[in-house]
Design a protein around this ligand. Structure first.
Ligand SMILES: [Zn+2]
Length: 272
C-alpha cells in the first residue's frame, strides 16, 4: 500500500514537472533574461553611495524620493507582418529595438517592459529641446505593415491603454505623439491611416480648430510655428510632410497651401 502511495505521489510530481516545463512557452528563456537584467538595474539603484558618479564627497541618503516617471507616449507602427514577428524581434538581443507595449490586430496588448524602464523605440529623435525621448517616454507599437489601416480593436485597446497611462503618470495631453513627429526625416509611423483625431477627441494629442473665418496674420512664420509645436525644423520639408500626414492625412506633401497654413495657425495657437 505504502509503495503504491509513494508511486502515485512520484507520478503526480513528474506530471507537474512536465506540465510546468511545457507551459513555460517560447519566451521562457527571454523572460528569465529580463528578470536578470532588471535585477542588475535594481542593484545599481540600491548603491549608496553611488559608485559611478560623484563618489568622493560624503554620502547622506535623503528620505524623500521616488522613481522617475514617463512624460511622453510615442506611438508607432511595427512595419512588420505579424504580432508574433514583432514579439520575436523585441526579444532578440541583436536587433537592439524594443517597446513597452505591442498591440496586435485582434486588440490584444502585450506588455514587454516595466513602464519605469527605458525602451529602445525612438532612435535618434528630437521634440522641442528633448533629444533623449527614450528616457522620458512609453513606446507603443501597433502591429501594422506600414501601409494598411489600423483595426477598430487596435484603436479601442490603444484608447484603454492611453487612459491608464495618462492617469498613472499624469502625462500632458500634448505629449501623446508619433514616431514621425520626433524623427521626421527617418520615420513616417504611425502611417497616414492612423486616426489621430479620434485620439485627440479623447484627450490624447492636440488637434486644430475649425478654419472657417480664420485669417492667418501676414507675419505668421510657418516654420517657427512648427518649431514651437515641437518639430525639429532642420529639414523643413520633412517637418511639413510629417505635419500634413498627421493633421490632414496627406502623405508625401512638403508644401503648405493657404488652407494648410490656417490649420497650422489654429494648432499653433493652442501652444501659446
Ligand atoms: Zn517607430
Amino acid at each position: 500500500m505504502t509503495f503504491f502511495k509513494s508511486f502515485y505521489a512520484l507520478l503526480l510530481l513528474v506530471s507537474v514537472i512536465i506540465y510546468l516545463g511545457c507551459s513555460r512557452g517560447p519566451y521562457a528563456s527571454t523572460n528569465k533574461s529580463y528578470k536578470k537584467q532588471a535585477k542588475a538595474f535594481a542593484n545599481i539603484i540600491k548603491q549608496a553611495p553611488v559608485k559611478d558618479s560623484f563618489s568622493s564627497v560624503p554620502w547622506v541618503g535623503t528620505t524623500n524620493f521616488n522613481l522617475r516617471k514617463p512624460n511622453f507616449v510615442i506611438i508607432h507602427h511595427t512595419a512588420q507582418n505579424s504580432c508574433d514577428q514583432t514579439l520575436k524581434t523585441f526579444t532578440l538581443p541583436r536587433t537592439q529595438v524594443s517597446a513597452h507595449y505591442v498591440i496586435c490586430k485582434d486588440g490584444i496588448i502585450h506588455h514587454m517592459l516595466n513602464d519605469y524602464l527605458r525602451a529602445w523605440h525612438g532612435g535618434v529623435a528630437r521634440w522641442g529641446n528633448n533629444t533623449d525621448i527614450n528616457s522620458s517616454s512609453i513606446g507603443i507599437e501597433i502591429d501594422n505593415n506600414g501601409f494598411e489601416p489600423f483595426t477598430n480593436q487596435q484603436i479601442n485597446s490603444l484608447l484603454a491603454l492611453l487612459s491608464s497611462l495618462k492617469r498613472a503618470y499624469v502625462i500632458p495631453t500634448a505629449n501623446f505623439i508619433g514616431h514621425a513627429d520626433i524623427a521626421p526625416t527617418r520615420k513616417n509611423d504611425p502611417n497616414v491611416n492612423f486616426p489621430w483625431k479620434i485620439l485627440a477627441d479623447s484627450g490624447y494629442g492636440v488637434w486644430w480648430s475649425d478654419t472657417a473665418g480664420v485669417t492667418v496674420p501676414q507675419d505668421f512664420n510657418n516654420l517657427q510655428a512648427l518649431r514651437i509645436i515641437g518639430y525639429d525644423i532642420k529639414d523643413s520639408a520633412a517637418a511639413i510632410q510629417s505635419f500634413k500626414r498627421k493633421f490632414e492625412q496627406i502623405d508625401k506633401s512638403a508644401f503648405l497651401t493657404e488652407e494648410d497654413r490656417k490649420i497650422l495657425f489654429t494648432l499653433y495657437q493652442k501652444y501659446q
